[in-house]
Design a protein around this ligand. Sequence first.
Ligand code: NAP
Length: 646
Amino acid sequence: MTRDLQPAALPIREDDDAIAKALERASIPTLMMSMVHLTGDTRLLRGAIRPRKAIMSEVQGGMPKEEKAAVRAQALEILKDYRDGGCRLPPPPSPDTIHQMMSFMVGEEVPAEYVPMMMEEMALDGKDARDVHWDRDRLTEAKRDFHVVVIGSGMSGILTAIRLEQAGIPYTVIEKNDSVGGTWLENAYPGCRVDIANHFYCYSFEPNHDWPQFFSQQKDLLQYLEHCATKYGVREHTRFRTEVVAAHFDEGDSSWQVRVRSRDGREETLRANAVISAVGQLNRPKLPDVPGLETFRGPAFHTAQWESEHDLEGVRVAVIGTGASALQLVPEVAKVAGRLVVFQRSAAWMVPNPNYHANVSDGKKWCLKHLPYYARWYRFLLFWPGSDGLLPSLVIDPDWPHPDRSINELNEGMRQIFTNYMKAQVGNDPELLAKVVPPYPPFGKRMLQDNGSWLAALKRDNVELVTEGIAEITADAVIARDGTRYPTDVLVFATGFHANKFLWPMEIVGRGGVVLGERWADDPRAYLGITVPDFPNLYCLYGPATNLAHAGSIIFHSECQLRYIMGCLKALLEGGFAAMEVRRDVHDAFNEKLDATLARMVWSHPGMTSWYKNSKGRVTTTSPWRLVDYWRWTMEPDPGDYDWTH
Ligand code: NAP
């Protein structure tokens, strides 16, 4: 794997034909940006050939064939000169030119407030701007006496370890599994893959130009995270097969006493100055509450606890649930099962994405590795259409006349597009169409990515979609509410996770004996999703209201949160403080604003259940904020937001 923040990692040595062949696969808007870097000539930005408005999962800027061919021809000449001249680049474009390039590339004005955030994400200067840049050798003595316990070694736990290592702060990662990877280790069901574009869904400081697919499979994501853990020495600091059972704040010396239990049952208490939870939101599998579940005699397991030893060839499989996991799993199981029955409680909206299962061509990989700044601009092109542009369309219009089916005019337009997409696939089967088109507004639940494989699977002769609801499960069958019996050999629960029980089942006890699980119940709240009153020096990654359902990638969000947390640790150490605790009024004011904002968003619409909502229908998991606001708020902690203990 080539991961390099350098603009053009590899020099070009290929002959003209090989370059031309690779350019056939290039993203043309991205190629045009590379051409500006190659020549220093900005006339391209004022020419007639230009990308149209960028849309998600479309990396050719909607440009017609002839325009793309013209750009390729021009690029070939420029690249020949670059190669023959020894791969030397002119001075980099000015910040103003970079801003112009951004707007040119996505066919719309990129507002100035987004430029610094995007610059950081792109790292055109080769610098990892989200590192706290805290000299390892400063405060060595204070750091020596400071210890951080990180809970979890998934994507955000590895990131935390990397940042702590860079800052020279001693830490221990506690991981319940045998290895790193978290969600990408546990979710090993057939068909599991990422559904955020992979060249963006990776750490900003650790790009990967070798993703095999635009939305790669679980094993490739796991391999990437394993590579990062190894490269940055995370494993050496990790205690595997060990779970955090409890953490108690000791007011005497402002430390956390973290009780851990290894798989052999041995318990031990670790002392920490700070605890960083990196346990994710979707980590504890949830089984359906169906009578008779425990009486089923065959293999029965959750998607996140896949039992690969069972051969599904020719057997009768029942899958309960039709969320993101089922959408990926069902097409794969349908290929081998003798009979597959899918039990749907609610239909899901899906976004057409023809690239969802597509491979990245060798030509594209070559461009990512060889064309100066190409990979960085490609990241921007993936990020921009999936940033804040969509957010206004997810706000409920109180005067909208069809409040059950959509929330505003734009949302209704999306409903038409997504419905037509399904209609075109279903063909002449009104019964199936009625089952698969959701009654609630698009974006109400998590949108799923689709390339047609879901409905193709449901249309197969060996597959049946049951919407009657489940009455009970017996030793060898699932019984629907209409009394139909579905004989079943293997039962799969694609029923999601206990998303609202944050940090559960750990017992976290803060100042004054306050128990976090009792304080939160299923109504968790935090300041910025990160810190909680009465729980000094406890920091959450992917905490309450930080899930992204309108944009971005959770890696971007974790990088923002971690920069903030590292800023907190820096303030503690530099100020010689023992503890910091968010002020209640600051926390409450933030949460009032959060509630008011969320109440207007599509996710709060009463027409559907989802893991975004708690038992009372309040959205607890998901962020309503513009990415650019959250990015700004998490740049560094405001000391005035906290009470400090010496
Ligand atoms: P989920 O979205 O919570 O879906 C659970 C499904 O199970 C829903 O269809 C739900 O129906 C159904 N269900 C639950 N209890 C049931 C019952 N008693 N009877 C019948 N059906 C029942 O869970 P998920 O699919 O595992 O996905 C969770 C999240 O994980 C996703 O939204 C996504 O954020 C993440 N994920 C991501 C990827 C990816 O990016 N590649 C893949 C998988 C998961 P209702 O809708 O009616 O509640």
